[in-house]
Design a binder for this molecule. Structure first.
Ligand SMILES: NC(=O)c1ccc[n+]([C@@H]2O[C@H](COP(=O)([O-])OP(=O)(O)OC[C@H]3O[C@@H](n4cnc5c(N)ncnc54)[C@H](OP(=O)(O)O)[C@@H]3O)[C@@H](O)[C@H]2O)c1
Length: 313
């Protein structure tokens, strides 16, 4: 199969750096790095030199696959140029996630949707990906009635600048943060989680209530999840279902530290939810937000597309 010509746009960022690393691990040879004019000419790990992500460079017709992790505004400006040049774009911002006709994909959950793309596939939020990996097998078995969750999201989820701030911080000053955009009732991170979970699972009415919190941890998001199912299910049956689920690994006590650097979603603390009126299960999960929560999920999406339609150049 000819080598796909790959562009990593946002290559100097937290997600872009991990994207380059995973592409190297998987043996991809034709990988170019793009970022803003600020970083053009910089040499990155692996020897690749950063190019400026101009509309002309992205539309030149010599890119098969483009991974975007540049933020919503820059994605809106740049993704259409890559698509115009013939690339399939996998975008990790929220620019296209909820747009009708654009697939929002977690390969283990709704991978077949990736093949319906019209040039753009959206990669979900780093909290939606592990959540849907865990909810999907439960929904298939007994149906989901409602989901409540609280997140514990690491600094790397907000990019390299936030990571630098945490590194420079006196640990005694560590605190929780809730500084997403606020609509007067919820943070946009919370409404995104609900809307994305509904779209990925194709359950447009599923009641989902989230409280999102940023914690002073460098890498790895965790989530406490309370699930009510339509049919009864025991904690032991949940354990069995999740042990067999793709990209899920059972752990007694999953933590961000244990999840960092791993490809799987760690799930544990599976127990009956004693506050639920019926069919309640509580569990805890942790996931590397830069890998399965972002870069790895996007690469898996691209590999689904490549497997179906190899590049022909
Ligand atoms: N971090 C996560 O866990 C995570 C998970 C899922 C999705 N995402 C999404 O991925 C995107 C990037 O996140 P990140 O955490 O990697 O951020 P980051 O560390 O701040 O990196 C941002 C990257 O975007 C580049 N960039 C910014 N504006 C640009 C422009 N106008 N043209 C070209 N390149 C531009 C930056 O290049 P310069 O170095 O030249 O400024 C840098 O490479 C965001 O949309 C975020 O929501 C992040």
């Amino acid at each position: 199969m000819p080598e796909p010509r790959i562009a990593v746009v946002g290559a100097t960022g937290a997600v872009g750096g991990v994207t380059l690393q995973i592409l190297r691990e998987r043996g991809y040879q034709q990988v170019r790095a793009f970022a803003s004019a600020r970083s053009a000419g910089r040499e990155l790990e692996g020897g690749v030199v950063v190019e400026e992500a101009t509309p002309d460079a992205l539309a030149a017709g010599d890119i098969d696959l483009a991974f975007f992790s540049v933020g919503t505004g820059a994605s809106r400006q740049l993704v259409p140029h890559a698509v115009r040049g013939g690339a399939v774009a996998v975008d990790k911002s929220s620019a296209y996630r909820l747009q009708d006709g654009i697939p929002l994909v977690v390969p283990e959950v709704n991978g077949e949707r990736a093949l319906e793309h019209d040039g753009i596939v959206a990669n979900p939020n780093c909290a939606s990906i592990p959540l849907t990996c865990v909810l999907k097998p439960l929904h298939d078995a007994v149906g989901l009635a409602r989901v409540r969750l609280a997140t514990y999201q690491s600094a790397s989820g907000a990019g390299t600048e936030r990571m630098e701030r945490l590194r420079a911080q006196d640990p005694a000053e560590g605190d929780l943060a809730m500084d997403w955009e606020f609509d007067g009732e919820e943070f946009d991170e919370e409404s995104k989680l609900r809307a994305e979970t509904r779209k990925i699972l194709e359950l447009p009415e599923l009641p989902v209530s989230a409280t999102c919190v940023r914690v002073p941890v460098m890498v790895g998001h965790a989530e406490s999840v309370w699930i009510e199912t339509v049919e009864p299910i025991s904690p032991e049956q949940v354990r069995q279902l999740l042990a067999a689920a793709p990209s899920v690994r059972l752990e007694d006590v999953p933590t961000p530290r244990a999840a960092a650097g791993e490809d799987e979603v760690l799930v544990g603390r599976i127990r009956a939810d004693r506050a639920a009126e019926s069919n309640g299960i509580a569990l805890f999960l942790a996931c590397d937000n830069l890998r399965k929560g972002a870069a790895l999920n996007a690469i898996q999406i691209a590999e689904l597309i490549l497997a179906r339609r190899p590049v022909t150049v």
